[in-house]
Write a new protein. Sequence first.
Length: 352
Amino acid sequence: MTYPARVRPLTPAPRAAARWLVVSGTLTAGLLFGCSDDAGTTDDISGTPTSGTQTSTTGSVTSVTTGSTSTTGGTSAGTLGTASASITTSGTTTTTGTQTSSSSSGSSSSSGGLGSTTGTTGGPGGAGGTSSSSTDTGTGTTGSTGFQPCPETGPCKILPLGDSITIGLGFDGGYRVELFHLALEGGHDITFTGTQQPNGPAMVDGVTFPRNHEGISGQLISEIANRIPSPGLNEMPHIILVHAGTNDMNRMANGASDRLADLMDKLIAEAPDALIVMGNIIPLPGNGSLEAFNAAIPGQVEERANGGSHIIFADQFTGFENSDLGDGVHPNEGGYTKMANAWFEAIEPYLR
């Protein structure tokens, strides 16, 4: 494997148009309502003309419409002559509508039934409307919660946890080699932790390769769980990659899903600030238990995530072919590369 060098304007609210009321004849003081969207319209009232000054009574009417502005009623006053008078109206404008907020690069815009406003990220919705949760975007910021397991400075510590596939049997360093390359290529600072015998190349892309891991050949899920919290979490990681269950499928598949759920809960309890990434397991040709085992994992992860735990799922099975296996169990170099890509796709949004 060769690695390259690092590398609507919205239509303005309709305004109540000014109107001229031409009055001839006898005018009795009363309540005037004037509301029009057609500028320049003239109303005529016939009768016997009189002269003098008339002041209309005042009234207040509030009109609420959805998605538009209505101006009605209010206080009307004017001086009426024998032929004409001007009327000035004022009233209350009430605007309701659906308001959504979104943001990009630290700013947001909000639009309601009319017009638009700008404000800070994650502003609430307008009265009578709804507001959407804001999503911060940028390196290392994830989802509406903004959960960030990796530190602002220094490498993000990743614990590869599992069995011989985590060690990299069949290709020295396993998926960790390509995963490190992808991180470097993306400008991310990572390292691997673990207490087992280090393995893998000395350098990747001209950078010292962190050879640590927490994989032990032949172990069952329960045995992997026994290494939590010690020694597996002796150096507390920021991200934990879990690929476990291959040996259970071959030796004692009954109850494996429950044991994996117990492992998830143990990791959540012992490393509450870490991002736990649960992978389903790669193909085992001819094994009749694997399909049901793998099918249960996404739901187990979702249940815990909905409960507030920092846990996500990484699909290690889809797209993995039998030809990606070197010996029918362990990946060859191409298979480990596929595993690395699946891990990286899952964790890259969380890396700095």
